[in-house]
Design a protein around this ligand. Structure first.
Ligand code: ADP
Ligand code: TMP
Length: 237
């Protein structure tokens, strides 16, 4: 398999075609952005850490029966994936109140959400990824009712699998975002799972070990990601 043309440069990853029309290479860069690209900084080792993080968790999810786009870890910063027709919707599960939920409802950060909440956001940077719901997806034709139900089912399943892994590592999976796409009409998990798109708190200290360190200017972003990776048992190549 040979990497070919650059197809798309996103905020954190670059997407390349390959000589197989069904496969793409994702390159994880060191760029970190907030507010949909309004502030961007580079962090040494971030691309490498997130690529391994994503590969580790996607493999666990695949083993648990969640179809993912992952094919092969190619290098420190690159992974080979199936080319999906991406659904422009972000699926969020929340186990505890944080972030936009706290702002929107005026509730206390950290309260347990039982059962966990499921939110949908439209992937649209210029509109700051607005919150939407099932009826919007149907009316605007972003994804069929049936596929959206499957995305919800898979996101909750991923929550069960990953919450256990983090719990065993002394961490709380507070919330996270997943993106899905279609491969030959089958819903598959695409994009990435990493501390860029999740909230992870230390169980003892409640310290934030995710991208909120950057959003809130707390410092030590990559050190926190590496600590999480170490506790979970992720090995870097
Ligand atoms: P953004 O587009 O939000 O700036 P990234 O920098 O992460 O995000 O760019 C990666 C892009 O690749 C995203 O737009 C994502 O939807 C897309 N993508 C991720 N996985 C796949 C895949 N398997 N097939 C096609 N596109 C994908
Ligand atoms: P929120 O509190 O900003 O709504 O985010 C909830 C979780 O989803 C949090 O872990 C960050 C993640 N997320 C993204 O990574 N990208 C997004 O565009 C959105 C809306 C959420």
């Amino acid at each position: 398999m040979r990497k070919r043309a650059e197809l798309y440069r996103g905020k954190a990853k670059t997407v390349y075609s390959t000589d197989d029309p069904d496969l793409l290479v994702l390159e994880f860069r060191n760029d970190t952005s907030v507010h949909n690209g309004a502030r961007i900084e580079q962090f040494e080792r971030k691309g490498m850490v997130n690529n391994h993080f994503n590969y580790f968790f996607m493999t666990k999810l695949q083993e648990a029966g969640i179809p993912t786009h992952i094919e092969e870890l190619l290098s420190k910063k690159e992974v080979l994936v199936k080319k999906l027709e991406m659904v422009p919707i972000e699926c969020v599960v929340r186990n505890r109140a944080a972030g936009s939920l706290v702002k929107r409802l005026g509730i206390k950060e950290g309260i347990i959400l039982n059962p966990p909440l499921f939110d949908l956001f439209l992937k649209k940077d210029v509109q700051h990824d607005p919150m939407v719901n099932e009826s919007y997806c149907e009316t605007f034709g972003w994804v069929s009712k049936e596929n959206l139900m499957r995305m919800q089912e898979l996101t909750y399943k991923a929550n069960n699998v990953m919450s256990k892994i983090f719990d065993n590592a002394g961490l709380i999976l507070v919330d996270f975002k997943l993106e899905f796409g279609l491969f030959k009409n089958v819903v598959m998990l695409g994009d990435e799972f990493s501390p860029d798109g999740a909230r992870l708190w230390d169980k003892q200290t409640m310290n934030k070990m995710d991208k909120d360190r950057f959003r809130q200017g707390l410092g030590g972003l990559i050190e926190a990601y590496e600590e999480v990776a170490y506790r979970v048992g992720i090995k870097f190549c």
